[in-house]
Design a protein around this ligand. Sequence first.
Ligand SMILES: Cc1cc2nc3c(=O)[nH]c(=O)nc-3n(C[C@H](O)[C@H](O)[C@H](O)COP(=O)(O)O)c2cc1C
Length: 265
Amino acid sequence: MSQPSTGYTVGFAAGICLVASVFVSGAAVSLKPMQEANKVLDRQKKVLGVAGLMEKGEAITPDEIQKRFDENIIARLVSLESGLVVETADNGQTADEYDQLKATKDPALSIATPDNKAKVPRMAKLATVYCVKQDAGCDQHILPIEGKGLWSTMYGFVSVDSDANTIRGITFYQHGETPGLGGEIDNLDWQQKWVGRKVYNDKGSVAIHVKKGAAGKADVAPYSVDGLSGATLTSNGVTHSLDLWLGAQGFESYLSNVKSGKVKG
Ligand SMILES: Cc1cc2nc3c(=O)[nH]c(=O)nc-3n(C[C@H](O)[C@H](O)[C@H](O)COP(=O)(O)O)c2cc1C
């Protein structure tokens, strides 16, 4: 039997590659909306978790996540500069439509962050804050945080009580730290240690930090949390993230407005 020509073989291989690439890119494009929806759902689940609106290890359906989120949480747009709540972003988006992470990459909607240890190069001018509804106001303010760990940028939320100082919870929804080391930022027992600690000291400076070693209970160590063993670099990244996002570049003015009553909550 005669062998196929080189041209035929190359053409055949190229045809197979083309057909396969059409399938792969078609699948990637068609699955994108589902992936985006799952990301939103995962973030909503984290918000419910940090707000204490989900039991530890509770199995919850996507419909129940959506229902519980809608019943208990209101998203608000906050200007990091003024600390005030605004109705819409410059591009006309409402809090439910706005994507803070996308805005961070848009030069018109973000500003360069002064040199900072969290290594965050830009911050969106407007942040999405999740208010946990209570009567006509907010029982907790769930604030987005971000900063470099050892290997990755860690994205999460810290929940602050309506007293504008007491931490009600912390969680991370995206990072690439090592499981068992820096990845222990996902450990619910470690996250529980944050509850009841204070953000600001008597001078009004951000004092909360992750300590190397054991910190003790919140009543004796209001400003420090146990370090993650074997993961000091990730722990420091968490400290730096909080320093940035709860400080003057971040939510300091918003929380101050909450405290003074200028912002309802
Ligand atoms: C493969 C590998 C993965 C590591 N992953 C992390 C990590 O995710 N976070 C972290 O802080 N340290 C990680 N480390 C350890 C750091 O290099 C460093 O030793 C550690 O942060 C120091 O913390 P310690 O003072 O608590 O021991 C890793 C080390 C190795 C070899």
